[in-house]
Ligand binder design. Structure first.
Ligand SMILES: Nc1ncnc2c1ncn2[C@@H]1O[C@H](COP(=O)(O)OP(=O)(O)OP(=O)(O)O)[C@@H](O)[C@H]1O
Ligand SMILES: [Mg+2]
Length: 235
């Protein structure tokens, strides 16, 4: 049964590496769903299956078994080409390592995915500048990654993720390479994006960082072991 109000619905998902005697069940029968506008943290220890689940949620990989409905469409067994279109339209990614292109400045980094979306040059520039302003980097448009602090680089990556206004933001350990203050700034931006209506998925091993979310899903040995709503402390 699919839930018509869910933006994400995963049903009985398995990801099995090296099938046979040395198999690893990185995902071992995972089911969960998210409504539009939710802010969910997925937490677990090293090796628990967080990145594997993130790869599935982000349409970066396909499961061994199970279904994944993204805005009502089953994407579990789509081809790589089909998945890349889905990714581009629905999901903004933020990674621990920023993943910016070193030879491009902030503006060009943010513009790049908009080129793939076929946006015209003028609109592209306007949208990219607006996104960089949104994360407080209007004064760093022409700095390359190496000329910015880690926190600024991650904010460029956030600007890139939100420029095309995807409904879902998927952040994998976004504060993992940052000092406490820059990490807090990044979390603040994620909270604001959520308040503005975006669905946010945060993957982290850090319980403190996870507490910014409204709901915490804990994964262990490829299984969900708890799924709890957070009290609305920060309202
Ligand atoms: N390509 C692969 N081939 C075989 N086993 C894999 C592969 N990728 C991951 N695994 C195994 O699957 C399990 C889950 O790995 P995963 O990377 O999802 O963990 P994680 O929760 O992201 O850990 P970390 O916090 O260290 O990043 C681990 O036991 C890992 O060794
Ligand atoms: Mg990982």
């Amino acid at each position: 049964m699919t839930n018509p109000t869910a933006i994400i619905q995963i049903q009985n998902m398995f990801k099995i590496y090296n099938p046979g005697s040395g198999e690893v069940r990185a995902l071992d029968g995972v089911s969960f769903s998210m409504g539009k506008g939710e802010f969910v943290a997925i937490v677990g220890q090293s090796g628990s299956g967080k990145s594997t689940l993130m790869n599935m949620l982000g349409c970066l990989d396909t499961p061994t078994e199970g279904d994944y409905y993204l805005e009502g469409k089953n994407v579990a067994q789509m081809s790589d080409d089909e998945l890349s279109i889905i990714r581009n339209q629905h999901i903004g990614f933020i990674f621990q390592g920023f993943n910016l292109i070193p030879s491009l400045d902030a503006l060009e980094n943010v513009e790049l995915p908009l080129i793939y979306r076929g946006m015209k040059r003028e609109e592209r520039r306007r949208v990219a500048v607006e996104s960089l302003n949104r994360v407080g980097l209007g004064h760093r448009l022409h700095h390359r990654p190496a000329e910015m602090s880690g926190g600024q680089q991650q904010r460029v990556a956030i600007a890139r993720a939100i420029a095309a206004r995807p409904p879902i933001i998927l952040a994998d350990e976004p504060t993992g390479n940052l000092d406490t203050v820059s990490g807090r700034e990044v979390m603040q931006i994620l909270q604001e994006l959520n308040t503005e209506g975006r669905t946010v998925i945060l993957i982290t091993h850090d319980n403190d960082i996870a507490s910014a979310a409204h709901r915490i899903v804990r994964i262990q040995d490829g299984k969900i072991v708890s799924d709890t709503a957070q009290p609305a402390l920060r309202a």
